[in-house]
Write a protein that binds this ligand. Sequence first.
Ligand SMILES: [Zn+2]
Ligand SMILES: [Zn+2]
Length: 314
Amino acid sequence: MRALVFTKPSTVELLDVQDPPPVDGEVLVKVRAVGICGSELHGIRDSGFRRPPLIMGHEFAGTTPDGRRVTVNPLLSCGACDLCLMGRDHLCRERAILGIHRPGAFAEYVSVPEKALHPLAPSMSFETAAVIEPLANGVHALNLARPAEGARVAVLGAGTIGLVSMLVARRFSDQVVVCDLSRERLEVAGRLGATAVTTSLQGEFDIVVDAVGAAATHRMSVQHLRPGGTAVWVGLLSSDAAFDGQQIVREEKHVVGSYCYTAAEFAHAVKLAEEIALDWTSCFDLADGAAIFGELMTGRQDVVKALLRPWGEE
Ligand SMILES: [Zn+2]
Ligand SMILES: [Zn+2]
């Protein structure tokens, strides 16, 4: 089969590879749409967390051999460790993620455990369904903030995770501000329902979602919180946590990290995707994947979420 393979730092290549071998309890999903994640664009600059050669791709939808239209929860947990038993299966000690720890969906086919499949509503396109995984990240991030109705929310970053966080926050608040340096992306955020957009955040918020993860946004996320408010860090751009630690003490601000989603939150996102506008993606052929990766890595801004389609249009 054809697959886009992370072969060495900063390089992905379209290669012919072996089809995934049959495995008991797994099904071969024919990939119809797969999103390129920001974490992959940054993650391939070095081979740390993701090790080449690797077929990445963890945001996808497709069909099973018996004709089911599905999306897949790429986070596989053991179901037996202390964290799984606590309902915190996303923190499973044996956690494995498709496209990171085992082959993912930048390919014509991907093998996935039957239990990771989620059927799609008949009317949902594969393109929309490929955004369910990022949406689940937004669901988890806002759940961690334990929002009250009407909470004032700021979202730092108007990439995919920033947009889905804004869309989730808009369901309980009519004060959701999105901050980004890119006016193109702010325009998208405004069109999708952000109550305000800005290149320079002002004021105080009950919740700040940092969907960037740079030193500057880490600092801003704490600075613009009301006393007792919660900053949720989702972005992974930098490990530099430059913020005022004394504010955490004197103003009892909370800073929590958010990674992926529980199995229950993923299932919730599958339903939520039927009600939320997720049609702001741009589609490309798998064959153009390497070129698109290069353009996105060097800062192309007019594409918020690039989807690759190994089999063309539906
Ligand atoms: Zn992702
Ligand atoms: Zn576990």
